[in-house]
Design a protein. Structure first.
Length: 189
């Protein structure tokens, strides 16, 4: 597939690791998402194949339940991008449990249905981030390390963790702000 570059900005700090995908032939690569505060990865608990399975934070191992693919939904007039985040091991989308707007509601996987609770804005960072995409608009991380926050389109809340909880700590939605437990990195394994 021919690759081309697009510029994508991030709001604050997420870490992602790029590893060749073996689960989806249409995706160039998958990425892990590690929390800035804890250094632990977003992890599909027990690699569950079921709808509403929760995410936890866990030691970064590069396993398929810690790998994600980004599908572009839209670009707005400022170039900000809205994406669906898909779990590499299941193909399901990162979503909010029962579409709740309550703080600390679990982040779960659900079958992708192109609804706002499964869509995440990636805002601007201090400098633009270059991503590569295939002709099918499925994103992979380029050569730069990136940091940022993912803001839910449906309710404006960010993905967060409790600092200091370690392996098996909850991943949930919370008010966006300038604290490291809301921030994540892309980094290479």
């Amino acid at each position: 597939m021919k690759l081309f570059s697009k510029t994508l900005g991030l709001v604050a700090a997420w870490s992602f690791a790029v590893v060749a995908s073996t689960t989806s032939p249409s995706v160039e690569a998958s990425t892990a998402i590690a929390n800035v505060n804890t250094g632990l990865c977003m992890d599909l608990k027990d690699n569950s194949p079921y709808q509403d399975a929760p995410f936890q934070e866990y030691q970064c191992l590069g396993t398929p339940n810690q790998m994600f693919n980004f599908d572009t939904v839209t670009f707005d007039s400022t170039g900000a991008e809205t994406v669906e985040i898909k779990v590499a091991s299941t193909g399901m989308c990162v979503s909010i449990y029962q579409n709740s707007v309550a703080l600390r509601t679990s982040i779960v996987q659900e079958p992708c249905d192109n609804t706002a609770q499964q869509q995440w804005k990636i805002g601007r960072a201090s400098s633009p981030i270059t991503f590569s995409t295939s002709s099918s608009n499925q994103y992979t991380v380029g050569s730069a390390r990136v940091s940022g926050q993912f803001v839910n389109v449906a309710n404006g809340l960010c993905i967060s963790v409790d600092p200091g909880t370690g392996n098996s700590g909850s991943v949930f939605q919370y008010t966006c702000g300038a604290v490291n437990n809301l921030n994540w990195h892309f980094s290479y394994f």
